[in-house]
Design a protein around this ligand. Structure first.
Ligand code: PRX
Length: 655
């Protein structure tokens, strides 16, 4: 293991306090008997069946799992519908229960019941059918955090069309690439959305993206901001007008358990994002099971808030499918945590009596930086459980979260998973597990995780290496859309075709607890979002005045990692501040603002091996301001000193 990882680990293990489940919490918890682990280990298929049985199936499955490595299929022969499971089956008893308390950033409030959401979804599903969308087609969705977003997803699911949600922060080019890869027929979008008081011009991006998207036939536009946006005759249609004229009756299609539910694009180690394919029965089983057990969800009384964006997998699984399948009441907040002030979240917690909050370490560290006075202004005694996701949570942030947000009473569940796993795979069960701040603790029942060395051998307690999953989960992705070869190579080749390699490093402590250590590949984790170094490099070299670029992640106090770029300008272009500003804007245009480099060092050359390969490892050392690793294969040593001198001036700029 490299020194960096060792150091992180030492710091993590310095915090040695442990937290057993509070007695009253454990007593009332849905799961409080550790035998659930042994049972699931003894017969994982039987365990997953009990979880699948919590859903409504039109036709019961004949076989739980078909595992033909590296492919796996679940609940074969079964038929169901995700939209039916999220809506219709709650109507008899809970049509009036609120599904979402929606809060717009400028201050509007709208509470949508299950009955109302069902009606909206049925109407929209009929609209999609009228627009020619059929079972198996793809629909792209590019919307802000408004109730129409989950409605659009469920309308697709209802008729068996796969949705591909594109995060509203992505640029026109990113949207275009995703639409083209999925060959989406219809796009559902909005005129704009609100973020930190500004309007995000979604429709402008759409118009730019759609100059080269031959598959798109129609665009449905939600009027969110009410701004005057150009509407293209014959292509662009107004959401509210279509829905107003649609019938509220629309049967949910009985779909095969393995029917594609959605595609969600995520970064890999190359420039081209991967279309992660999720199917219906296994995915819904996994997300509803984990959502209920890990958040100890009591749908009658809880007010649950996953403060992610639906454009990422966290939102798909834990704002839309998990919570709705479990019939609970969620918060859906459109905007930024510091608008109009830094206590916006806490005022929402107080006003709605939020009981469960699920967010990312990057947000927690930002709140730490803002200080405890903001949460202290509000009565947050309703909170009873906190969750964390997206990147390793440092023990200091864990303790702060528990203390200042959870009032020192709430368990904190640190949940490890990925776009690919679809649902949480490693996490405490809050009524059973003794917590160790900084550790995601144990695999979820039915999950067989291990930490192995380079040769694939288990490292055992106290050892470090690569995280692997030795058996598929029902919620796991089935393939990469249109590129099964990449699925095999990326995930099922390092340790054999029956071992899933997620790309993360991990350590097991003496109690067998898992400590996640971040990515071992060239994928960065920027504020909990996956961006590959290669994607940013491609965007940089796409600029006509850039000759060469290398990108690495470096540690950042709030964001987890920061993007550090090293750029060689073409002859005649000065590497000055103006060029840095221009390049940041260029990356924002090509990918989106989240991918803008935090720092750019201009250099005449990059450190390379004799065969011409850029030595990113050394650039990482430079970016972190630490001693250089092995330089024996370096071809052009003097350039490193030069880069180092320039990079030093960038250190310490982000406290
Ligand atoms: O490196 C791990 C990190 O986030 C990656 C997955 O990113 P993405 O697919 O965008 O999904 C994020 C939300 C599920 C993982 O490979 N990661 C996620 N959760 C944790 C984590 N690292 C450590 N601890 C976590 N709890």
């Amino acid at each position: 293991m490299d020194r960096e990882v060792e150091r992180t680990l030492e710091a993590l293990l310095d915090e040695r306090r442990t937290f057993a489940p509070p007695e009253a919490f454990a007593k009332a918890a849905i799961l409080n008997d550790p035998s659930v682990y042994t049972e699931a280990e003894r017969d994982p298929d039987a365990w997953w069946e009990t979880q699948a049985e919590r859903l409504d199936w039109f036709v019961r499955w004949e076989r739980v799992l078909e595992w033909e490595p590296p492919h796996h299929r679940w609940f074969l022969g079964g038929q169901l519908n995700a939209s039916h499971n999220c809506l219709d089956r709650h109507l008899a008893e809970n049509a009036d229960r609120v599904a979402y308390h929606w809060i717009g950033e400028p201050g509007e409030k709208r509470s949508v019941t299950y009955g109302e959401l069902h009606e909206e979804v049925c109407k929209l599903a009929n609209v999609l059918k009228e627009l020619g969308v059929q079972k198996g087609d793809r629909v792209a969705i590019y919307l802000p955090m408004i109730p129409e977003l989950p409605a659009a997803m469920l309308a697709c699911a209802r008729i068996g069309a796969a949705h591909s949600v594109v995060f509203g922060g992505f640029s026109a080019e990113s949207l275009r690439d995703r639409i083209n890869d999925a060959e989406a027929k219809v796009l559902i979008t909005a005129d704009g959305g609100y973020r930190r008081g500004d309007v995000v011009p979604l429709k402008t991006n759409v118009d730019e993206a759609l100059t080269a998207t031959p598959s798109i036939e129609k665009v449905v536009v939600v009027q969110r901001t009410g701004e005057d946006v150009p509407m293209q005759e014959g292509r662009d249609l107004v959401y509210s007008e279509l829905v107003a004229n649609a019938s509220p009756d629309c049967d949910a299609e009985a779909l095969d358990s393995e029917h594609m539910l959605y595609i969600l694009y995520t970064s890999g180690t190359t420039g081209k994002p991967k279309g992660i394919v999720h199917t219906t029965g296994g995915y819904l089983t996994g997300v509803s099971s984990t959502h209920r057990s890990i958040f100890d969800l009591k749908p009658e009384t809880d007010v649950y808030w996953c403060a992610a964006d639906i454009g990422w997998v966290t939102g798909h699984s834990y704002i839309v499918y998990g919570p709705l399948a479990n019939g609970c009441t969620s918060i859906l907040y459109e905007g930024a945590p510091d608008y109009p002030d830094k206590d916006r979240w806490w005022s929402i917690v107080e006003e709605y009596g939020v009981t469960i909050l699920y967010t990312a370490p990057t947000a927690i560290r930002t709140f730490m930086k803002w200080g405890p006075d903001f949460p202290r202004k509000h009565d947050m005694s309703s909170l009873r459980l906190l969750g964390s996701v997206g990147e390793p949570i440092n023990p200091e942030a864990w303790i702060w979260y528990q203390e200042f947000i959870g009032g020192g009473r709430t368990p904190v569940v640190d949940t490890w998973w990925q776009t690919e796993t679809g649902a949480i795979a490693i996490s405490p069960l809050p009524g059973i597990t003794t917590l160790k701040p900084g550790s995601a603790t144990k695999p979820y029942p039915g999950v067989f995780a291990d930490v192995v060395d380079e040769s694939g051998r288990g490292v055992g307690p106290g050892g470090g290496g690569y995280l692997v999953l030795k058996r598929p989960l029902p919620s796991m992705f089935r393939t990469i859309y249109g590129d099964d070869q990449r699925y095999r190579e990326t995930y099922f080749s390092k340790f054999g075709d029956d071992i899933y390699f997620p790309g993360d490093g991990a350590k097991l402590d003496d109690d067998g607890y898992f400590w996640l250590l971040g990515r071992v590949d060239d994928v960065m984790n920027i504020a909990g979002h996956r961006i590959s170094t290669y994607e940013v490099e491609s965007a940089l070299v796409d600029h006509p005045a850039v000759a060469e670029a290398a990108v690495v992640g470096r540690r950042h106090p709030q964001e987890g990692e920061a993007i550090a770029a090293f750029v060689t300008p073409k002859a005649g272009r000065e590497g000055d501040e103006d060029f840095a500003v221009e390049l940041r804007a260029h990356v924002a245009k090509v990918i989106g603002k989240i991918a803008r480099p935090h720092s750019i060092v201009f250099t005449d050359d990059l450190p390379k091996t004799r065969s011409g390969k850029i030595m990113r490892r050394l650039l990482r050392d430079v970016a972190e301001g630490r001693a250089l690793g092995d330089v024996t294969t370096l071809q052009n040593a003097p350039i490193l000193d030069e880069i180092r001198t320039k990079a030093n001036s960038l250190q310490g700029d982000e406290s």
